[in-house]
Design a protein around this ligand. Structure first.
Ligand code: GLV
Ligand code: MG
Length: 301
């Protein structure tokens, strides 16, 4: 499995060509051209060709190129995959599968991709991400996250999830009453635990209130604290805050390196624990520090 940076995943409707150049230059770790809910149903077929052309023809730099297909129980799903993969070929890195309910939804896309890759003679394997945004999907999240070795990330879709659960939320998917804590903590916790257990990434939900960068940043920081490695961006202005929030800071990296050095020094003298600045350092601290140094390396920091 390819390990990629996914601090920011920028959504762009595949029907709106005028937005493509800005998306490609946004600095997002991943951009997905959306064939699903940001596109009017009557435009969804025409959007496939527009997405494929943009993936092929624009300069995406180091941005991962993705599409979001329609859900596997819709009439668009199979042609979304066949048309975009056939036209974009190696210019497509990732397909995001929405509204996944069970492992077999993932197998369906995996099998179709395997056939297409063989027929087209593709040199590269296309990876998958799934959205958990149905209550049934959350119930099955452990099987879903292990359903295919193409699967690299699972995304929390708070909008559809609110609808699926029958929650009463505002347009930013926040509760309409003063609710203590995070109403979506249960879903967020289950998703990140399932993702980590399967060795894949967890990505936090879209945040529609794009004129409120401070609240977005807070949401990023909270997700990062739980182990999420990125968040959706529904506007290019959200890319910068996400890229910053999901990267370890200089201080965190410096401290992690000190922890590793202190632990190694203790280990060399036959001890499994030591002290650093008045704080115990043992093997658990080493794992935490390793997480930070590995992320710093992945992000080139
Ligand atoms: C994303 O697709 C969502 O429903 O939040
Ligand atoms: Mg959705």
């Amino acid at each position: 499995m390819t390990v990629r940076a996914r601090r920011s995943e920028l959504a762009t409707p595949a029907s709106n060509e005028w937005m493509f150049a800005k998306a490609a230059a946004s600095g997002a770790d991943l951009v997905f051209l959306d064939l699903e809910d940001a596109v009017a149903p009557a435009q969804r077929e025409a959007a496939r060709g527009k997405a494929a052309a943009a993936l092929r023809d624009l300069d995406w730099g180091r941005t991962v190129r993705a599409i979001r297909m329609n859900a596997v129980d819709t009439r668009w799903a199979h042609a979304d995959v066949i048309e975009v993969v056939t036209q974009a070929r190696e210019a497509l890195d990732v397909i995001i599968v929405p509204k996944v309910r069970s492992a077999r939804d993932v197998w369906w896309v995996d099998v179709l991709l395997t056939q297409l890759e063989e027929v087209l003679g593709l040199q590269k394997r296309i990876a998958l991400e799934v959205l958990i945004e149905e209550t049934e999907g959350l119930q099955n999240v452990a099987e879903i996250t292990r359903a295919s070795d193409r699967l690299e990330a699972v995304v929390f879709g708070a909008g559809d999830f609110s609808a699926s659960q029958g929650a009463r939320v505002d347009t930013n998917f926040d509760p309409v009453v003063d609710y203590p804590g995070d109403m979506w903590h249960y879903a967020r916790a289950r998703i990140v635990v399932a993702a980590r257990a399967a060795g894949i990434d967890a990505i936090d939900a879209p945040f529609p209130a794009y004129r409120d960068p401070e609240a977005y940043r807070t949401a990023c920081d909270r997700a990062a604290a739980m182990g999420y490695v990125g968040k959706w961006a529904i506007h290019p202005s959200q890319v910068g805050p996400a890229n910053e929030a999901f990267a370890p800071t200089h201080d965190e990296i410096a401290h992690a390196r000190k922890v590793v050095a202190a632990y190694r020094e203790a280990e060399a003298t036959g001890r499994g624990a030591t002290g650093l600045d008045g704080m115990l350092v043992d093997a658990a601290h080493l794992r935490l520090a390793d997480n930070i140094t590995r992320r710093a390396e992945l992000l080139g920091l």
